[in-house]
Structures are given as C-alpha cells and as structure tokens.
Design a protein around this ligand. Structure first.
Ligand code: 3MF
Ligand code: MG
Ligand code: MG
Ligand code: MG
Length: 386
C-alpha cells in the first residue's frame, strides 16, 4: 500500500534531489544526484516525472555543442525510463548579474538578458515536452527601498511577462506560465510576495488567460499564512496551473522540508482540496533532504514525500465517508432553506424581500456549531485511530 505509480503524477525538481546540503553557514555535505541519475532513481521509486531550471541541466557557460550533447543524453534517460517533464523554469537568481533583480532590475541590460535567458529556457522546456513554465522571481525585490521605485518595478515585471507571452504565442508553443510568489529570501523583501498578490498582478497582463500561479507550501507559511486557503483561492479562479509541495515551520527561513513532515493537519486539508476538486496538474515536490543525509537518505526523502501524500489521500477518503463527520457537516447545512424570496443576487424585488425579512439574531448567535467535535473527529482520522 501507498506505493506510488506514474498514475499518481508525482514529479520532483532536478534541483531537489541534486541538493548538496549547502547552507549559508556550511559547505556541501554530499554530491546530489546528477540529472540522469535523478531521472533513473525517481523512475525506480514510482515518480511520474521531473522538472528543471535551464541550468540544472545545461551549465550557464555551455557552448551550443555542449548544450545539445547534454540535452540529448538527458532526453535518452527520459525515453528509457518513460519519465515525463511537464514543467520547466529558468534560473534568474544564481549568477551575480541578477544580484539586484532580473525583470525588475534598474539596468536595462540585465532586464534584456533576463528575457533572452528565459526565452532560451522556454525553448529548452518545450523541446523536453513541458507545457507549464514556472517563473519564480527570487531576486525581484530589495533591501534598500531608496534604490528602486516599486511602482516602476511592477511595470517592468508586467512588460517582461507580456513579452514572454507574446514570444510563446508567436512560436505557437502550447505552454502556460505559472508565477511563484515568495515573501522574502534571498531578497530582504520580494515583490508580489503572496499567491494572492500574484493573482492581482495577473489580471493586469495582456494575456491573463496564459498565466496562473505556482503556490509553494513553504513560501506562504514563512509569512504565517494558511496555505490551504491560498491554494483554494487560486483553484477557485481557475489559476492553479502547478503546485510546489513541501513543508515548513511558520516564520522561519525557507526550509523546504519533506512533504507532510511538519504541519500534518494543513497538509491533510491541502490534499483534501486537491483531491476533492480534482486538480489534474503535476503533484510537484520542491523540497530537499535534511543536511544530515547521504544519497540513500535523499532517496528515502523522495519516497517519503510521495508516501505521505498517498497516506493523506486515504485519510481524505475516510473523512469523506465517515458517517459521523458527514452527519455533522449535513447538520451545518440545515440553514440551506435560507430566507424566502432571497437568493443573494440583487434585484430590486428581491431586495424588498430582504428588507422585510425578520432575523432571529439572538437565536442564531446562541446556537453552538459543534466544531470541537468536528475537529476532534478530524484529528482522530489524521492520527490513525478512526
Ligand atoms: C525557491 C523556490 C524555487 C522555485 C524554482 C521554480 C529553487 O524558494 O521555491 O526553487 O520553486 O525556481 O521556479
Ligand atoms: Mg521554495
Ligand atoms: Mg527554496
Ligand atoms: Mg518552489
């Protein structure tokens, strides 16, 4: 049981299992999996596919000949294992040229280079079969607000995303963009810091239909937000194009912990949301193994991410078919009779009905809602005794 298969659509960033365990205070502790090794290992443990940044595969200074050799070798690994590559992205954060931003840099040469690098990365992604292109603006922000007009920065950001959409349309690429928000790290503050802020930004683009979001558990939780709520909003407006699954303690540096290893309850509601609403995109892990681990530990980490998702998926089934829980939820719906003549859409006549309605304010306010019981039953399902 809980053995993943490609039908489960689990994917991992190449950078996740390649992660060498470096941190701001310590050196690499392991040589992570190379791209070809990662594809083979992940295929063995039942994943569906992988994703990549351009430079996870092709070094930034590769010659065109080297690029083609590397890409062909990687394609062969995908073919041999049957692994897919549904998502690609671009690294606009490692090289010093991006130290003060990419699309929002004050320097037009940096902005132009960022667009050049991104369009090349889109070509690479499409060549490898990607239909989703993620953009995480890790360096799009500031420490020194005197240095950059934040209004101007939004305009530059919009101009760049509009350019990328035009490029994809001109090339007739079957690709959509997913914007990934993060409140801070590596910048002191990053622009459009939450999934909600991204959704607002998207509605100002030239081709909003081509652009959605890629929310990440750790990123919303760093800011103390409820990730389940953030994803629900994105899903409800048809913008959940992709998702980065991991885990995180609130208010800390970006920990990228194994999925479900920290906040089991929020993870449960996240899985419930994705399953109940039939999210069909990749279930993508953007996390890494603890710094204590060797390659065997990295493999255990990857297995654990998928296994926990499948366990929580089964818990969701239990929740959805538990007679006592469903009874409580049913009772909460008994108000559905509502108010005669009023259905929450405005017409002058319906508003007359609303104006005339009598509400038992005190009675409604007094009645308990039995949420203690509901939550305890939910916890007992999660804890495995129900
Ligand atoms: C950083 C991230 C990034 C993005 C990646 C995809 C390295 O916190 O989450 O992972 O997910 O760049 O766009
Ligand atoms: Mg992250
Ligand atoms: Mg990270
Ligand atoms: Mg991410």
């Amino acid at each position: 049981a809980y053995q993943p298969t490609p039908d489960d659509r689990f994917t991992f960033g190449l950078w996740t299992v390649a992660n060498p365990g470096r941190d701001p205070f310590g050196d690499a502790v392991r040589t992570g999996y190379s791209p070809v090794e990662a594809v083979k290992m992940l295929a063995e443990i039942g994943a569906y596919g992988v994703s990549l940044h351009d430079n996870d595969l092709v070094p930034i200074d590769a010659t065109p000949g080297e690029r083609d050799r590397i890409v062909n070798e990687f394609k062969r690994a995908l073919e041999e294992t049957g692994m897919k590559l549904p998502m690609a992205t671009v690294n606009l954060f490692t090289h010093p040229v991006f130290k003060d931003g990419a699309f929002t840099s004050n320097d037009p040469r940096v902005r132009a280079y960022a667009i050049q690098k991104t369009t090349d990365a889109i070509d690479l992604g499409v060549e490898l079969g990607a239909s989703i292109f993620v953009l995480w603006g890790g360096r799009e922000g500031t420490e020194v607000d005197a240095s950059k007009d934040a209004v101007e920065a939004m305009k530059r950001y919009r101009e760049s995303i509009n350019y990328l959409c035009e490029y994809a349309r001109d090339r007739k690429y079957d690709i959509k963009f997913a914007l990934e928000a993060k409140p801070n790290e590596p910048r002191g503050d990053i622009y459009t810091p939450t999934t909600g802020a991204m959704l607002g930004f998207i509605s100002t683009l030239d081709h909003p239909d081509m652009v959605g979001v890629n929310p990440e558990v750790a990123h919303e939780r760093m800011a103390g937000l409820n990730f389940y709520h953030a994803v629900a909003q994105a899903l409800e407006c048809g913008k959940l194009f992709h998702i980065d699954l991991n885990d995180q303690k609130p208010g800390r540096f970006d920990q990228d912990l194994r999925f479900g290893s920290e906040d089991v309850k929020n993870s449960f509601f996240l899985v419930k949301l994705l399953e109940d609403y039939n999210y069909q995109g990749p279930l993508h892990f953007d996390a890494h193994a603890y710094r204590t681990e060797d390659l065997e530990g990295v493999r255990e980490f990857a297995k654990g991410c998928m296994r926990t998702y499948l366990i929580l998926k089964e818990k969701v089934k239990r929740f959805n078919s538990d007679p006592e829980i469903q009874g409580l939820l049913q009772e909460l719906k008994h108000h559905d009779a509502g108010v005669p003549g009023f259905d929450f859409t405005y017409t002058p006549a319906k508003h007359q009905a609303l104006k005339a309605a009598q509400f038992d304010r005190d009675g409604i306010g007094k009645k308990g809602l039995a949420y203690e019981k509901l939550d305890q039953l939910t916890m007992e399902i999660i804890l495995g005794v129900r």
